[in-house]
Structures are given as structure tokens and as C-alpha cells.
Design a protein around this ligand. Structure first.
Ligand code: NDP
Ligand code: MG
Length: 382
């Protein structure tokens, strides 16, 4: 029987790649449900190609427009309740979480309670609510398979070796500003910042890659996915993006996962795990590689990485505050309301003001800390 998939965020960069993977393995997978924020045109086009039973958009005004353009007979849902309904359906086996932002935590928790198989691209939900999500997944015996390329690499390298793990190396391309002096960051346009040298991704993660907050969020994501202390998660800048991450074992052996940068590989593995199938991606040809280089990240130039590590060490509600402040700062930057160089400065300020931290937060404490951080960032942006 075919596995039935729901994609939350199907019109984004991960969502589109996930649909390519499903098309290429159409004898094994079918689409039950798709969701988008507001891109009605793309969502209805996808619905005509993949025939899902259900679609979901952000609100009822958008749902009215979607009804007019989606194939007749398709059920249309809205908002957070709609996402919860999708992940709870009996005819959904696997949920791909490809919405950006920590609002993904609520449907993720719901999917875990319904014991769905989870392919997790969204990292913000783990950064913010990892302390709730991971124990819940364990309790319900649910596998969370990472889609984020570095975490997929570590997940693949770790198979059968977890007891012997010394530490992990998360690789980072360094983003578009890697070799540009910090004093010149604000001279570069949003178009430049959004044009990542190795990956084609959505706006939020592209800005996070330029500030290197993306790697900071990934350190926290790795902590939760692999149950690691902060000191055992090293970051290495590797601009060629051939090695997607590595693990070091207690005998000094290092395993790396290597391929051309193409998100269809980790997406496919997350839905087919533990099996592997042929992909339609281009394969790496070693004779085309002139150099593989590595350097330590410069946290003076990219303070976001330091801020994320500090938030992780402090624990409790600090990572949720870091993440929410970053989401708001990036939104402001993308709307042209904030200079690029202000992003980490203002995130640090919000973190400094977080005096009511909760050490072992409930989901309510996390939501409260997030909305406080969003308001605080909004005040600083005014
Ligand atoms: P995109 O911005 O390209 O896509 C986001 C998707 O979520 C779109 O379908 C969008 O719909 C939908 N969406 C946005 N806001 C809402 C909302 N409030 N409610 C419901 N749906 C919403 O993001 P990416 O695909 O780049 O990234 C998705 C997630 O995957 C992020 O968490 C990112 O960190 C992670 N990730 C991405 C990688 C990549 O290569 N892109 C790599 C590793 C991780 P609409 O189109 O209508 O706006
Ligand atoms: Mg990544």
C-alpha cells in the first residue's frame, strides 16, 4: 500500500522539493493533504497535479478564494485548527513539516500525539519547544526524522554508532557575507542577502544563513534531535558545501555524509527511511572538486552563533526568546524596516531583557515567552 503524505508548507522551497520527491516515487507515495500560507495560485496548481483530499490556508478569506480555484470536491481548511485536523487524519501516514517559524510547534505536537511518522524540516519548533517535543515523541514512540541537511547527515552517519559518539561537526557554508568585512554588510541589498551561494531557500532561512543565526538554530536543533550537550556540537565553516556534516567517534574515526547540495536527498531519506531508493538528483563527481576547505566560524563578525549557544546554555525559555526575536527581526529586515547589521544587536537586547525566564517551561510558558519577545522586538524596531 502506498504511504500517504501530508505536506505543511507545500508551496515553499522544501514543500516544492518534497513534491518532486513524491512525483519521482509515485508508486510508493501519494499526497493526502497540502497546506500553504497565502499562495492560492501555487496551492491550487499543486492540487490539480497531486489530487490531495484536503487543502489548508491561513484564513477564511483565503479559503474562499481557494475554493474558487481548487479542484471541486477538495476539502478546504483554515489556520492552526486546519493543520491540527490534517495531522490527525487517519489517512495520513507521514507528515512533512515545511512551514517556516515556530508556529509549526502546535501541529508538530498534535502529530506526535497521533503517532504519525514525522519528516521535520522546520527547525524553529525544536529550538523553541524541543524540551516538550522530544520527551513527547519518546513517550509516543514516534520517530522524528530530520530533513535539515546537516541533521540528516548526522542522522545517517550515526546509524548503529550512537554509543560510540564523541562529538558532531555541523558544517556551514558561511552564507553570502562570509568573506565580506562586517563594516560593509549594510551596503549589500536584500536581493544579494537572499541569494545564497549554495542553496535556493525561502526568505527567512536565507537571511538566517547570512547572519549565521541559521547555524545557531541548528546547534540547538542538534541538541534536541541527538540528545547532545552544547560542547559536543562543533561548527565548521566549509564553503564548498560538499560535506553536509560529520560525526567523530571515541576512537578518533570520523564519518561524513557527502553529496551535491540538493534538498531532495534528505527529504527523500526522511520519507523512505530506513530504505533507500534511486533519486533524480545529480551525483557528485570528485574530479570536479578542486578544494575542500574548513575554518572556524568568526563569532565577532557573526554574533548570532554566540547568542544561540548562550541561549542554549541558559536553557529554559531562552531559546524560545532567541528564536521569536529572530523571526521578528528577519520580518522587519525583509520589509525594509531594519538594517541587516541591527538584526543580532536587537536580538541580544531582547535576550538581555528576558528577566522572567522559566527553567523548565510548559508549552504555555514557551508561548508566553515567545509573544513577549515578539512584542519586545517590535518596540525596538519602532
Ligand atoms: P519557504 O518560505 O520557502 O516556505 C514556507 C512555506 O510555509 C510556504 O508553503 C508558505 O506558504 C508556508 N507558510 C508560511 N507562513 C505560514 C503560516 N503562517 N501558516 C501556514 N503556512 C505558512 O520556507 P522554506 O521551504 O525555505 O523553509 C521551511 C522550513 O524548512 C523552515 O523552518 C526552514 O528553516 C527549514 N529548512 C529549509 C531548508 C531549505 O532548503 N529551504 C533547508 C533546511 C531547513 P506561502 O507560499 O503561501 O507563503
Ligand atoms: Mg541546514
Amino acid at each position: 500500500m502506498k504511504k500517504r503524505i501530508a505536506i505543511l508548507g507545500s508551496t515553499g522551497s522544501i514543500g516544492i522539493n518534497a513534491l518532486k520527491v513524491i512525483s519521482s516515487l509515485s508508486d510508493r507515495f501519494e499526497v493526502t493533504a497540502l497546506s500553504a500560507g497565502s499562495n492560492i495560485k501555487a496551492l491550487s496548481d499543486q492540487a490539480r497535479s497531486f489530487h490531495p483530499k484536503v487543502l489548508c490556508v491561513r484564513d477564511s478569506a483565503l479559503a474562499g478564494r481557494l475554493k474558487a480555484s481548487a479542484p471541486s470536491g477538495t476539502k478546504i481548511l483554515t489556520g492552526a485548527d486546519g493543520l491540527d485536523e490534517i495531522v490527525s487524519r487517519g489517512d495520513v501516514d507521514i507528515v512533512i513539516f515545511a512551514i517556516s517559524g515556530s508556529s509549526c510547534a502546535a501541529p508538530l505536537i498534535c502529530a506526535i500525539k497521533k503517532r504519525k511518522r514525522i519528516a521535520l524540516a522546520n527547525k524553529e519548533s525544536l529550538v523553541s519547544a524541543g524540551a516538550i517535543v522530544m520527551p513527547l515523541a519518546k513517550k509516543n514512540n514516534v520517530s522524528i526524522i530530520p530533513v535539515d541537511s546537516e541533521h540528516s547527515a548526522i542522522f545517517q552517519c550515526l546509524e548503529g554508532k550512537r554509543p560510540f559518539l564523541n562529538k558532531v561537526y555541523l558544517t556551514a557554508t558561511g552564507g553570502p557575507l562570509l568573506d565580506i568585512p562586517k563594516s560593509r554588510f549594510d551596503r549589500y541589498s536584500r536581493k544579494f542577502i537572499l541569494n545564497h551561494p549554495k542553496w535556493k531557500m525561502g526568505g527567512k532561512i536565507s537571511v538566517d544563513s547570512a547572519t549565521m543565526m541559521n547555524k545557531g538554530l541548528e546547534v540547538i536543533e542538534a541538541k534536541w534531535l541527538f540528545d547532545l550537550e552544547e560542547e559536543r556540537i562543533d561548527v565548521l565553516v566549509h564553503p564548498e558545501a560538499a560535506i553536509h556534516s560529520m560525526i567523530e567517534l571515541i576512537d578518533g574515526t570520523i564519518f561524513a555524509q557527502i553529496s551535491l547540495p540538493d534538498m531532495r536527498i534528505p527529504i527523500q531519506y526522511a520519507v523512505t527511511y530506513p530504505a533507500r531508493f534511486r533519486t533524480e538528483v545529480e551525483f557528485l563527481n570528485f574530479s570536479n572538486i578542486k578544494n575542500l576547505s574548513f575554518r572556524k566560524p568568526d563569532t565577532g563578525k557573526f554574533p548570532s552563533l554566540r547568542l544561540a549557544r548562550e541561549a542554549l546554555k541558559r536553557g529554559g525559555t531562552h531559546p524560545a526568546v532567541l528564536n521569536a526575536a529572530d523571526e521578528e527581526a528577519v520580518k522587519s529586515y525583509l520589509k525594509g524596516r531594519m538594517k541587516f547589521s541591527r538584526i543580532p544587536v536587537l536580538i541580544e537586547r531582547v535576550l538581555e531583557r528576558h528577566k522572567r525566564a522559566v527553567k523548565e517551561p510548559s508549552i504555555g510558558d514557551i508561548i508566553g515567552a515567545e509573544s513577549w519577545a515578539r512584542e519586545e522586538m517590535a518596540k525596538l524596531c519602532r
